[in-house]
Design a protein around this ligand. Sequence first.
Ligand code: UD1
Ligand code: CA
Length: 452
Amino acid sequence: MNLETLILAAGKGTRMKSKLPKVLHKVCGKPMVQYVIEAAKKVGSSREVVVIGSGAELVVKTIKDVEFALQEEQLGTGHAVLCAKKNFENSEGMVLILCGDTPLLTSELLEKFTAAHINTNCAATVLTAEMPDAKGYGRVIREEDGSFKKIIEDRDATDDEKQIREVNAGCYCFDVKKLFGSLEKISNQNAQGEYYLPDVLPILKSEGEKVGAFKAKYCIETIGINNRSQLAAADKALRMRKEQELMEAGVTIIDPNTTFIDGDVKIGQDTIIYPNTYIEGNTTIGEDCVIGPNVRFTDMKVGNKVTVQFSYCHEAEILDGVTMGPYVHIRPGTIIGENVKIGNFVEVKNSNIGEGSKLPHLQYIGDTDMGSGVNIGCGTVTCNYDGKKKHRTTIGDNAFVGCNTNLVAPVNVGEGAYIGAGSTITKDVPKENLAVGRAKQVNIEVWNDKRK
Ligand code: UD1
Ligand code: CA
């Protein structure tokens, strides 16, 4: 059966107390609404319409590959669906309605849920869950025979109804024609003065349609995020899920509680992740690596057999066999070649470091193209900025740069060249030459030692 999806994401999220629209708050590194969209796509939805309102511009800028419908004034979830009526004018079959604030929903659960809807021939099915703490959720009221009756919102519920722990997960399957046929009949006569989407369910029932309630096995998948503590709880749950997946695929995570891996990160088999490590954004790590302790990777591409500890690397690439750290900062635009060794207190920015080169300690290398087999002495600095512009340095294969050298860019050091320690290099060094750019030492035998 054709399946289309409508995602409600227009609410301000007042309880978040945020300038950012709620659905753009990140969970495990990604805006929460993105998870909902991905789950819908995975379950075979042919199109996704997202209802937007507060912060609409920002949502449109952030979220890709969906259609949008605008709800100018946020008059409730039922009103939000009505705002997308035009988008579904020519639709037939099933529409899945999801809330943008339930990022833990899995496609596996949606699969079961939509199948139950189809198999029971219902006009509408609502997803429910037993919550240990149901506060804030709409409660599921059932008939005496256990069939679905209606949803009562927390703020409209009596004390008795508040005891009910089965809640509306905010996820529905509707026959699209029947939904829009009856939706205009809901009213806003309730505690919040809003048009509630769940109110269409008893209306459909009263019109002789079959309405079902499908209870999820685990409540964790259906938690809605309304405030910052729920945000933290969802983040933790999604991270645990991600780490579980990685461990099942052969990654060792020494301490999952102190390791923070974003949802889209990929890690190869037999890589070991030590504690206090953050692997964020669009990062890929190969096999047999040892990462951490205390590493932060953001948008990194890392090869196989790489070892990094106590370091921060972002928007760069590290090829196979590199060892790095402690205390290395790799900045955007850098490619660290195969088997490069980078020791402690080294910063590399917007540079290419050739295969097997060594940066053992205390260097700043910026805007540099370095060949292979180069050795850079301790304390070497590329002076890449003249106060106005950045300039590049090139260093040929197998060059040897002595300790405490200043390479004043733009400057080229030829292949196999040798630079004496303490040099300030302002002119190009030809291939295989020795360059010494420092004052000659003077030893004075007879002098007036004032200490005597
Ligand atoms: C809603 C349900 C509640 C359910 C809970 C599940 C209603 C009336 N209540 O409550 O039964 O237990 O979700 O998490 O539906 N939105 C709009 N436009 C609006 C209002 C909301 O697009 O005018 C969007 C929000 O951006 C959000 C979603 O709808 O993504 C749910 O709204 P929210 O205010 O969080 O509803 P809850 O109070 O959590
Ligand atoms: Ca909610």
